[in-house]
Design a binder for this molecule. Structure first.
Ligand SMILES: Cc1cc2nc3c(=O)[nH]c(=O)nc-3n(C[C@H](O)[C@H](O)[C@H](O)COP(=O)(O)OP(=O)(O)OC[C@H]3O[C@@H](n4cnc5c(N)ncnc54)[C@H](O)[C@@H]3O)c2cc1C
Ligand SMILES: NC(=O)C1=CN([C@@H]2O[C@H](COP(=O)(O)OP(=O)(O)OC[C@H]3O[C@@H](n4cnc5c(N)ncnc54)[C@H](O)[C@@H]3O)[C@@H](O)[C@H]2O)C=CC1
Length: 444
């Protein structure tokens, strides 16, 4: 028997448990999670808040019962308080207060992340909201139902902030979106693309306050305004979305940490200590675009890293292929996708990088319906010609295209090889001179 304890059972922990129980019959899996629910798809939070879906029911895909039906022992509302890595024992408190000690052969840490909370005055005022868990979204929705929430200020115009700004606007709120950077989504896109999203948000009446540093949140008991270095914004609710911080307190000085505090793992998802694995938002990833260790908090990475860890902890051998941080967003029908590095980031990282851009229609001009504009940028290394990143935007569903670039970065394909890659043509779908080919051919 191989005793495996999984700490944290959201996307990463659940995927690890499923993989173990499907493939390793001798694995005795015990799971602890501090929360009362698991598998909440945060990606559906904006759709739920903006009432684009009927409710939250469909945003869960697993629970204690499903995991137990496969053979796991699952403790919910049972925070793990300490791990003795030398004795290989996990210490937790169960819901009824019972203290338990669970020994293991292998432990998988899937403790995820928590939202970063800025250290500014007024942060504890009523109606200053975090947005990570199901409970957070539920609370926001309950408060939105009251008449008193008219002005919503979203701090952080990354993926969560932009998605929630749309959701609040759909609910008829006056929305201000603040970012310390001078644009939205700066982590994922270069200026030609962030400009598209900026215009999109502005055209839907969202007030943009980019390049502003939040100094203070003011109110009586409840929040009333947000003060930045450039002005004051009225606020009945403030939503904080300035990124995630990995939850790694259980490492307790024993495990090597990355610069942001994430558990450093190798390509088997093993931490600096043997038989201790870490997956999902609490761990690092190998980023193929920079060819180095990085931190990229995504549910997609959580699932993949979990599969790798589960096979290695279960007794098999599986190496991660690394990741490119591929991602996408859809705001009022504008779809944007990116993978790897932006040009700006590549240059900051010391690459001699260049970008090749192409704007076109999705299909030949003679297709008069459902034929929107598309925009693409491919970032490559001028010296090696290796593709480093790609960005795409359209109101057309071009999302499958970004996977090609994800694989290209993973496999270190050059821009010249991509230019000659066999890309099919059918007018119902695309052009004979496909924009991917055209952008690649345009590389200097
Ligand atoms: C609003 C929103 C939208 C998002 N949209 C997307 C998207 O579209 N695409 C995408 O790829 N990603 C998206 N993400 C990111 C994605 O949700 C995270 O990357 C993902 O949740 C990471 O999963 P995880 O299991 O590693 O960590 P978490 O989801 O953080 O789960 C960690 C689990 O560990 C438990 N835990 C922590 N400490 C302990 C302890 N000491 N003892 C016991 N249990 C513990 C917690 O209770 C929790 O259940 C979104 C996130 C949010 C908030
Ligand atoms: N569609 C998707 O794939 C989604 C992915 N996610 C993931 O969840 C994680 C967390 O998302 P976010 O919180 O949106 O992080 P993020 O990293 O996407 O964006 C954070 C934003 O906050 C800004 N910021 C940082 N400090 C600030 C400050 N003090 N004041 C004002 N602005 C500040 C940054 O400039 C950045 O624009 C990310 O890894 C993200 O990729 C979240 C939602 C959707």
């Amino acid at each position: 028997m191989n005793k495996i304890v999984i700490v944290g059972a959201n996307h990463a922990g659940t995927a690890a448990a499923n993989t173990l129980m499907a493939n390793y019959k001798d694995a005795k899996v015990t799971i602890f999670d501090a929360n009362s629910n698991i598998s909440f798809l945060g990606c559906g939070m904006a759709l739920w808040i903006g009432e684009q879906i009927a409710g939250a029911e469909g945003l869960f895909y697993s629970d204690k019962e499903k995991l137990e039906a496969q053979g796991a022992v699952v403790h919910m509302e049972a925070p793990v308080e300490n791990i003795d890595f030398d004795r290989k024992v996990v210490y937790a408190t169960l819901k009824d207060g019972t203290k338990v000690e669970e020994s293991y052969d292998k432990v998988i840490l899937a403790t995820g992340s928590t939202p970063i909370i800025p250290n500014i005055p007024g942060i504890d005022l009523e109606n200053v909201q975090k947005v990570k868990l199901y409970q957070h979204a539920d609370e926001v929705i309950r408060k939105l139902k009251t008449e008193e929430i008219e002005n919503v200020v979203v701090v952080g115009a990354g993926y969560i902030g932009v998605e929630l700004a749309e959701a609040f606007e759909r609910k008829g709120k006056k929305v201000t979106l603040i970012d310390i950077a001078d644009t939205c989504l700066p982590v994922y896109y270069d200026e030609p693309f962030t400009n598209l999203m900026r215009e999109n948000l502005k055209n839907h009446g969202i007030h943009l306050a980019f390049g502003e540093r939040v100094l203070e949140i003011r109110g009586d008991q409840k929040v009333r305004e947000v003060v930045t270095d450039k002005g004051v914004h009225k606020a009945d609710m403030v939503v904080l979305s300035i990124g995630f911080r990995p939850n790694t307190a259980l490492g307790n000085g024993k495990l090597e940490l990355f610069r942001n505090g994430a558990f450093v793992v190798d390509k088997h998802q093993e931490t600096s200590m043997k038989d201790v694995y870490a997956i999902g938002d609490c761990a690092t990833v190998f980023d193929n675009s920079i060819q180095d260790t990085n931190y990229i908090a995504l549910a997609s990475n959580a699932v993949r890293t979990a599969i790798v860890a589960a096979h290695n902890a279960g007794g098999g051998t599986l190496e991660s292929a690394g990741v490119q941080g591929s991602n996408g967003i859809c705001i009022y029908d504008l779809k944007m996708l990116s993978t790897g590095m932006t040009l700006a980031k590549a240059n900051v990282c010391g690459f001699e990088a260049a970008a090749t851009d192409y704007d076109d229609l999705q299909k030949p001009e003679f297709i008069e319906e459902n034929n929107p504009k598309v925009k693409i940028r491919i970032v490559y290394d001028k010296k090696t010609r290796v593709i480093l990143g790609a960005q795409m935007a359209s109101t057309y569903d071009i999302s499958m295209g970004i996977h090609l670039f994800s694989l290209a970065i993973q496999e270190r394909v050059t821009i010249d090889k991509l230019a000659l890659t066999d890309i099919f043509f059918l007018p119902h779908f695309n052009k004979p001179y496909n924009y991917i080919t055209m952008a690649a051919l345009g590389a200097k």
